[in-house]
Design a protein around this ligand. Sequence first.
Ligand code: FE2
Length: 386
Amino acid sequence: MVHIKKLTDLQNTEYGLKKIFEDAEDFLPLLGTDYVELYVGNAKQTAHFYKTAFGFQSEAFAGLETGLKDRVSYVLKQNKIRLVLTSPLIKGGEINRHIETHGDGVKVIALWVDDATKSFEETTKRGAKPYMQPTQEEDENGSVVRSGIYTYGETIHIFVERKNYNGVFLPNYKKWESHYNPEPVGLKFIDHMVGNVGWNEMKKWCEFYNKVMGFAQIISFTDDDVSTDYTALMSKVMSNGNGRVKFPINEPAEGKKKSQIEEYLDFYNGPGVQHIAVATDDIVSTVSEMRDRGVEFLYVPDEYYDDLLDRVGEIDEDVEVLKKHGILIDRDEEGYLLQLFTKTIVDRPTMFFEVIQRKGAQSFGVGNFKALFEAIEREQGLRGTL
Ligand code: FE2
């Protein structure tokens, strides 16, 4: 049996979005996501992939040529999205250990703040585990203060205060000049980033975002809402006060067979970032461009579209075009959204991307979870990990 509870039912109860946003404490004002850093086995080649397939632009570089001895970082940008890809240059050390344990994956979700010192103090005094004391770095373009705390697993949040900096990325990075510059595909900003946490840990991490970071819970799904014959999960969505930073948190739930969250936890060897959702203003053109450049998306069966208009009502798009690209649609009280998920984009079945276009809807596509899970289970079946 599949159980999907309509988001509107949740919004009409204690989870009313407006009230929650008003209630969200603002001792940690966040201006947005600053960058996402991945530790990867080969940053140079990974950067080529994100440029070619996702349309990211060469932005900045740090490595042997800039005085670093032990690592290299490539910074890529598309509109407001900044990815930093970091690989070790030496044996041993923290980055190698991270990659051995987790494979390629997200190490840092960096948050843009006005005051990185205060952000560190406010969060650590509420119980955050420190990762990096407030540290000022400078070069001829000014100075940046960064500090950091741990979140789930080995993932960390870095607070970035850059109001006194005019350089390309951070001090001691140089502009990355490249003759190879594929066009952007229309990705605008990070809509949300999802964390998978361990069995019975969702409450703990939602409390962390609430108590330590002043986030509020805006949406909740239980395994009654979101389950197929095989996969079950529970999910809560935490948002900061101005709604710019949203972190859904998933934990596995008991199903007949191994859930996709469990598969992730097995291969990542613990909690971590499951997917990065990136926003576009034109999902049809973004997705068709990404497909042409080699990105693989989850397959959605044609039957999904048979009763689409009955489920979601009037939409601006041509259903045949959406069907051709396998784009999913869901509606809530405020409008609708279109979304599509890539297959996992690293070797281990761990991390993937979501492309999302919001037309009023502020929810996360719970009406699509069944179709999504069944698509993921088809992939799990092929891997023999169901
Ligand atoms: Fe998502």
